[in-house]
Design a protein around this ligand. Structure first.
Ligand code: GDP
Ligand code: MG
Length: 444
């Protein structure tokens, strides 16, 4: 399987050590494996070809650093190139236009347009304090307009009142008018899809585009879309003109090859990813994480790289000793949490190790996410040095003070203390068995 890509590349290129530069034949051998990994991840064939061509150009003749194995060197080049092709970090929805800013959602039926419409509306309302109006232009599916209305009620976002027998363009026009009259900042148009791209769909989308003049046109696509991704993205981009892509169902087992395909053919940024059915299950797009996932392996090279940057060897040794002696206080916990943050948070670490996606979900299910990590660090920072080294001091009044200082509450502090106690106990047990630095080793 492709989890072994690193190994296989290593085997192919191991003979190279000491030669100093990667030759064409060696790179070609390695790229055959990369090709297979990309195809397995459902990257469109054309895109696979252009990608491997680009990598070949960069890799042939590249110097093999002494400190890395040649196989790792190729993997690193592949990985860097993949990240570059996937686009830049931190693309967001642009609201940089006169109000009401129109956002038009397009895509095939079932891709997640309606759900994503509500997720985006909720986010703009809650995080940016925007007044948002949502409108369903889906007159094809009987319950579609009702579905959006319900999501509006659930999220507390306004929806355009439903009037029977209006055409999509009529509803689009009415949406913009209502948004203007109602003083809305943003109006999101949720359109109808089809099971396949066809001419009537494109004509309908072009019509809606014409009457509503959207500032953003977001193509919503299922991340499990395979070879069709290119066709899908190209058609919507050529016929309607998209400004960005939202990939849904990234919470599933798919490897997300569609991200690379769609980005490659349209050049348009992937702005958000859907990671579940809930209204908060919307994330920023991180090219590095998706690159790791497409390659389908723990990205050992970058993990080692990142770890080397962030982990001070001496600190690690000191930590290992403390663990062994069962002295793991809140200072140590804070240090661990910071290290996790530096390595790209939970997603960053977990995304790098094969099979860790499930565990990340579990942690997230237990309420452990990157925001929680930041909060826990804030709590520990609000403690006095004495409290950090001796958590037993933390009685009610001290907790009140820390809660006020960190903008949290006693329940969150208790949760943190409980987690710390659990970890300390576990380490004491590990220490007893003489496993030095087991946890650190687990991280790197
Ligand atoms: P539309 O036809 O494009 O409007 O698609 P819907 O928004 O109605 O979504 C179709 C189904 O996909 C619904 O059951 C959604 O809950 C589900 N869905 C949408 N986005 C995601 C996602 O990111 N992850 C998961 N697991 N399900 C999603
Ligand atoms: Mg819909």
């Amino acid at each position: 399987m492709f989890e072994n890509l690193q190994e296989r590349l290593g085997a192919i290129l191991n003979g190279l050590t000491g030669r100093g530069a990667l030759s064409e034949a060696d790179v070609s051998a390695a790229l055959r494996e990369v090709r297979r990994a990309l195809i397995e991840a459902d990257v469109a064939l054309d895109v696979v070809r252009s990608f491997t061509d680009r990598v070949r150009e960069k890799a042939v003749g590249a110097t093999v650093l002494k400190s890395v194995k040649p196989g790792q060197m190729v993997v690193k080049i592949v990985h860097d190139e993949l990240i570059e092709m996937l686009g830049s970090e931190g693309e967001t929805i642009s609201l940089n236009a006169p109000a009401p800013v129109v956002i038009m959602m397009v895509g095939l039926q079932g891709s997640g347009k309606t759900t994503t419409t509500a997720k985006i509306a909720k986010r703009l309302t809650e995080r940016q304090g925007k007044k948002v109006l949502m409108a369903s232009l889906d007159t094809r599916r009987p319950a579609a307009q009702e579905q959006l209305k319900q999501l509006g009620e659930q999220t507390g976002v306004s929806t355009l009142p439903i009037i029977a027998d209006q055409s999509p363009t009529e509803i689009a026009r009415r949406s913009v008018q209502a948004a203007k009259l109602g003083g809305y900042d943003v109006v999101i148009l949720d359109t109808a899809g089809r099971t396949h791209i066809d001419e009537p769909l494109m004509v309908e989308m072009a019509g809606i585009h014409q009457v509503s003049a959207p500032h953003e046109v977001l193509l919503v696509a299922d991340s499990l879309t395979g070879q069709d991704a290119v066709n899908l993205a190209r058609n919507f981009d050529e016929r309607v003109g998209i400004t960005g892509i939202v990939l849904t169902r990234m919470d599933g087992d798919g490897r997300g090859g569609a991200a690379l395909s769609m980005r490659a053919v349209t050049g348009k940024p992937i702005k958000l990813i859907g990671v579940g059915e809930k209204m908060d299950a919307l994330d920023e797009f991180h090219p590095r994480r998706v690159a790791d996932r497409i390659l389908g392996m723990g990205d050992i090279v970058s993990l080692v790289e990142k770890a080397a940057q962030t982990i001070d060897q001496e600190q690690a040794a000191a930590m290992a000793k403390k663990m062994q002696e069962g002295k793991f206080d809140l200072n140590d916990l804070a240090e661990q949490l910071r290290q996790m943050q530096r390595m790209g948070g939970l997603g960053g670490i977990m995304g790098m190790m094969p099979g860790m996606a499930k565990m990340k979900d579990q942690l997230a299910g237990a309420g452990m996410d990157d925001k929680v990590i930041a909060r826990q660090i804030a709590i520990i920072q609000s403690m006095t040095p004495a409290e950090r080294s001796n958590p037993d001091l933390l009685k009610h009044s001290r907790k009140q003070r820390i809660a006020a200082g960190s903008g949290t509450d006693a329940a969150q502090i208790n949760k943190l203390l409980k987690m710390h106690r659990g970890m300390a106990d576990m380490m004491k047990a590990m220490g007893g068995k003489g496993k030095k630095g087991g946890m650190m080793r687990g991280l790197v």
